[in-house]
Design a protein around this ligand. Structure first.
Ligand code: 5MM
Length: 340
């Protein structure tokens, strides 16, 4: 397991986090549409070339999660994007799930597809340069939701995916996402996240997944988007760390949060608060970092969409977000950084 362990450690190296740029074609189309861009393979390639060629990105980013399409794409001058990442000291990874579908008999809930043929696909991804993989499962909070059936089915699939990854010498990023949509409270999100994580780690254990060679990508514990009771940055940080401490074994290599639709600034502030040491609070046993898509990319995408001539400014915007989150990992993020 030595090289898997080393890769997992590199992904959660001090001061660094992951850039999630693995939007499926459907999601990427929606993100592009929101800023007036027409979707095409070439537009996605050009945008992702902009992201990975950002000067200095490797100072804050340890790994980039790519979509299958990006894994084989090249820069305009013919250099594989994977090679650009490696030269910048950023490990390339690959999203291997194939999206979600309605759970049979439970149409309000989703199952993630992609296990069929995964063993063969993983071999191809590793040969193309991927060092790690990612699989996302989603859980909706609502009346009677998530159901035990949804949690069990998704936990089982996450564990099967993770075991297949380790067999193929790829570090699995395990992403169980409790969604923000809904009017639930912070406490309810904490309870649901706790239940989901316990089931996921139970399945990972049952299926023999080596926790030291795995990175967890969870949601932060947050109130629902329509919740009428606001939560402070400190309340979110405390609820999140408390939940993880109860549910995630200390052996896990690291935890890298998704942003889930939070604003870029709030995601940085909440991550920062998790790294501020309060008197009497114990150190978390694992590195806590970021694996953001929207919270890293949104400002850059807006700038680039408004004028292709903004390329350098868009790269600066991406670097700025990476730097802010890098500071958050030291408890050194300050909202004043946003004006620099
Ligand atoms: C939750 O989504 C992941 C993290 O992104 P945010 O930080 O924006 O929440 C993200 O990696 C996601 O898994 C990919 O974008 C792929 O999602 P789709 O829906 O396109 O499969």
């Amino acid at each position: 397991m030595t090289s898997l362990h080393a890769t997992a450690q590199a992904l959660v190296a001090a001061g660094k986090g992951l850039l999630a740029m693995d939007e499926s074609i459907g999601t990427c189309t929606k993100r592009f549409a929101s800023v007036g861009l027409a979707p095409s393979s070439e537009t996605r390639r050009a945008y992702r070339e902009l992201l990975v060629t950002t000067p200095g990105l490797g100072d804050y980013i340890s790994g980039a999660i790519l979509h299958e399409e990006t894994l084989v794409q090249k820069t305009q001058n013919g250099t594989p994007l994977v090679q650009v990442l490696m030269a910048a000291g950023i490990l390339p990874g690959i999203k291997v799930d194939q999206g979600t579908v309605d759970l049979a008999g439970l149409p309000a809930e989703r199952a993630t597809e992609g296990l069929d043929g995964l063993r063969e696909r993983l071999k191809d991804y590793a040969a193309a340069g991927a060092r790690f993989a990612k699989w996302r499962a989603v859980f909706t909070i609502g009346a009677g939701l998530p159901t035990a059936a949804c949690i069990e089915a998704n936990a089982h699939d996450l564990a099967r995916y993770a075991a297949l990854c380790q067999e193929a010498e790829l570090v699995p990023i395990v992403e169980p996402e409790v969604l923000m949509e809904g009017s639930h409270t912070l406490a309810r999100c904490q309870a649901v996240t706790d239940t989901v994580l316990h089931q996921v780690f139970d399945q990972l254990h049952t299926q023999g997944v080596v926790l030291e060679a795995l990175v967890l990508k969870p949601n932060m514990v947050l109130p629902g988007l329509e919740c009428s009771t606001p939560s402070s940055v400190d309340e979110v940080a405390e609820a999140t760390v408390a939940c993880l401490r109860r549910a995630v074994p200390a052996a896990v290599a690291g935890i890298a949060f998704l942003s889930g639709g939070q604003s870029s600034e709030l995601a940085s502030a909440r991550l920062n608060a998790m790294h501020l040491r309060r008197s009497g609070s114990a150190l978390p046993p694992w590195p806590l970092t970021f694996s953001f898509a929207r919270a890293l990319q949104q400002p850059a995408l807006h700038l680039w969409a408004s004028a292709p001539a903004n390329r350098a400014a868009a790269q600066q915007a991406l670097l700025h977000r990476a730097r802010c989150n890098g500071a958050a990992l030291r408890g050194a993020y300050d909202p004043g950084m946003e004006n620099q």
